[in-house]
Design a binder for this molecule. Sequence first.
Ligand SMILES: [Zn+2]
Length: 345
Amino acid sequence: MKAMVLHETGGTLTMEETPMHQPRPGEALVRVKACGLGLTLVWNRNDRVGGINGMLPRIVGHEIAGEVVELGEGTSAFQPGDRVNVYFYLTCGDCRWCNVGREDLCDNYAGVVGSQINGGLAEYVSLPVRNLSHIPPNLDYVAAAVAADAVATPLHVLRERAKVQPPETVLVVGAGGGVGIHMVQMAKVMGTRVIAVDISEEKLALAKEMGADEIINSLDAPFEKEARRLTGGRGVDAIVELVGRPETIESSILSLDKGGRIVYVGFYDDKIEVPFRPNYLMTREITFTGSRYCSRQELAEATEMVARGQIKPVVTQTCELEESEEVLQSIQRMEMPGRACVVFK
Ligand SMILES: [Zn+2]
């Protein structure tokens, strides 16, 4: 089969003919129909997340939708022909967290699809059936792939971590990227007013088109002043930090109303100095928290929301498998608004 293979950390993906991995007991062989390309993949190959170092060579790609073609011996949970998308954390299914539907915190977390096991930038992929989720019949594969991360992640962030509700105001930092653009939509579905922050006019225009009530270009000035102006001086109720650099975190803290929540979803490796005293959290009852991916239940819910048309997958570029390296480089340069997706014929 054809596959895009990563041979060294930080290297480029190369198109190769590789042997198909036969499904073992508990696994299914999936014919990949669509695989999303996003920043997580860039971080993944640079080993900033996912721990791919030591796993090479590896077929990357985690945002997958496809069709089951074969099952491992004794495996009956799915049938050939089933249309599925993929939960990309490798979890045990039996620990205290998995048992309560918080698989993202699994005690026996074993990494991610496309890092610890081969991923979806290939014609076929073998995956544990625990990671598969049926998709509605009317849903196309590109939408189903994007639902599995770029839509499911916002559902977890906003409902479980930020706990937003109407008529709150939510500010999204990094609103024009693959996850951000769906965060904007999800926040609107949840009945909130949305302020989108980004640094590109093109990304901000897209955020506006997808429902943002207000937009701020943070290249013009630190965004806290504008966030305060747009809320009559009060500040916003919740902030989703998809950039998470020291300067945006500082601006976020200064943009927040009393009782506000900041949810950190970005990736910043270095230590940062948080520019407030602990008393600031107490006197203003501010919550500073993190969020990682979602539960399997949330993946299924997010997929259903896409199928119902409540969330529109924003796929600004589709490409063929062999073009995925080029597209990934454009994502790394932060040029691309929305999501990109490899489509298999
Ligand atoms: Zn577990």
